[in-house]
Design a protein around this ligand. Structure first.
Ligand code: 3PG
Length: 400
């Protein structure tokens, strides 16, 4: 895999695919610009090398046509503020405005195309659209880890229009690959995976792939109830995926066979309904009342997990322990975030919800690496090859 530093791009036109898919509030203000900041190193490197820079990104899931709601206007503004450099936003993606502006672009100038998903061909990996993107530049750099699990035109198809020495990974993509590679191939042991979130179905493949690689595994969040029910316990009205009880049992058996220490929560914060202002009780796992549901793990569980992680050298965390968006059900995730932060291990945080919760707790600086990809990092944990990364690879590579 070539990286941006291997490319002879000084003074040249470079197309950089970024993932600027950032959350916006109801007024269109960016509420978390981490993904934009994560792309700055690559953009600055290209500025330092006097490149003419064409930036491309998607935002949200528009239906293949222009929609003001999904415009990259807020991104252009934030980029300008962070870079202290002019950023021109094209009115379209590969239409007359973008094409003319890209053609006229000079070294040291930055053009941001409109949301690539305004073009219906983007999500179809359309070669014609990819060709239009490619015709805008001499080099292609992928720095969009968060969308590298999508075979889309500006991620995958576009790579076919550049010679091997004219395409490569930006600094962010490189960093993401490096950390996940080390984690999955040669972690420093003991290695603990903390897996949470609401559904086993969303994490099943990741659990199965991780199990032979880890020494300890914590299963938290509502996922735990499927495991508890599979073990014959009463879980009241808690979320359970009945069709996955066998899979849960299989994972428990596999853990035993492999000698992996499996940890489940031992107490919960329960409520009669899924509501911020619902009354709550703190109960052990043996005492979940019928008609009540578990919405967070309890203090005994966080202490148990803290004990378990205390000797670990590598910690991977993907998925919250409870409904952390609601104050009453946030304590389990927040406490665990602090415990993980205190550890001297290499601490890798999966993107999406877990990254968000780490930021809310304010311990992001304590983590070794926080991924910018939710779906993309999960697919790496599942052992999959990401099309956006595979497309940049050359024979003999072992980058994933
Ligand atoms: C993400 O937010 O996970 C990425 O930007 C990919 O977005 P998508 O799930 O809409 O493809």
């Amino acid at each position: 895999l070539l990286t941006i530093k291997d490319l002879d791009l000084a003074g040249k036109k470079v197309f950089i695919r970024c993932d600027f898919n950032v959350p916006l509030d109801e007024f269109g203000n960016i509420t978390d610009d981490r993904r934009i900041r994560a792309a700055l190193q690559t953009i600055r490197y290209c500025l330092d090398h006097e490149c003419a820079i064409v930036l491309a990104s998607h935002m949200g899931r528009p239906k293949g046509e222009y929609s003001e709601k999904y415009s990259l206007k807020p991104v252009a503004k934030r980029l300008h503020a962070l870079l202290h450099h002019d950023v021109t936003l094209a009115k379209d993606v590969v239409g007359p405005d973008a094409t003319a502006k890209a053609a006229a672009l000079q070294g040291g100038e930055i053009l941001l195309l409109e949301n690539v998903r305004f073009e219906p061909g983007e999500t179809k990996n359309d070669p014609e659209l990819a060709k239009k993107f490619a015709s805008m530049a001499e080099f292609y750099v992928n720095d969009a880890f968060g969308v590298s699990h999508r075979a889309h035109a500006s991620v995958e198809a576009i790579t076919h229009y550049f010679d091997a020495d004219h395409k490569g990974a930006g600094f962010l993509l490189q960093k993401e690959i490096k950390y996940f590679h080390k984690l999955l191939k040669k972690p420093t042991r003991p290695f603990m995976a903390i897996v949470g979130g609401s559904k086993v179905s969303g994490k099943l493949e990741a659990l199965i792939n991780l199990l032979p690689k880890v020494d300890k595994m914590v299963i938290g969040g509502a996922m735990a109830f499927t495991f508890l029910k599979a073990a014959g316990l009463e879980v009241g009205n808690s979320l359970v995926e009945d069709d996955l009880l066998d899979d849960a049992n299989h994972i428990v058996q596999e853990a035993k066979r492999l000698g992996v220490k499996l940890y489940l929560p031992v107490d919960f914060v329960v409520a009669p309904e899924f509501k911020e202002d619902a009354p709550v009780k703190y109960v052990t796992y043996q005492e979940i009342p019928a008609d009540w549901m578990g919405l967070d793990i309890g203090l005994a569980s966080t202490r148990l997990f803290r004990e378990a992680l205390s000797d670990c050298q590598t910690i991977l965390w993907n998925g919250p322990m409870g409904v952390y968006e609601m104050d009453k059900f946030a304590r389990g995730s927040f406490k665990l975030a602090n415990y993980v932060a205190e550890s001297y291990a290499t601490k890798i945080i999966g993107g999406g919800d877990t990254a968000d919760l780490i930021q809310r707790v304010g311990v992001d600086d304590e983590m070794t690496f926080i991924s910018t990809g939710g779906g993309a990092s999960l697919e790496l944990l599942e052992g999959k090859t990401l099309p956006g990364i595979a497309a940049l690879q050359v024979d003999g590579d072992d980058d994933e």
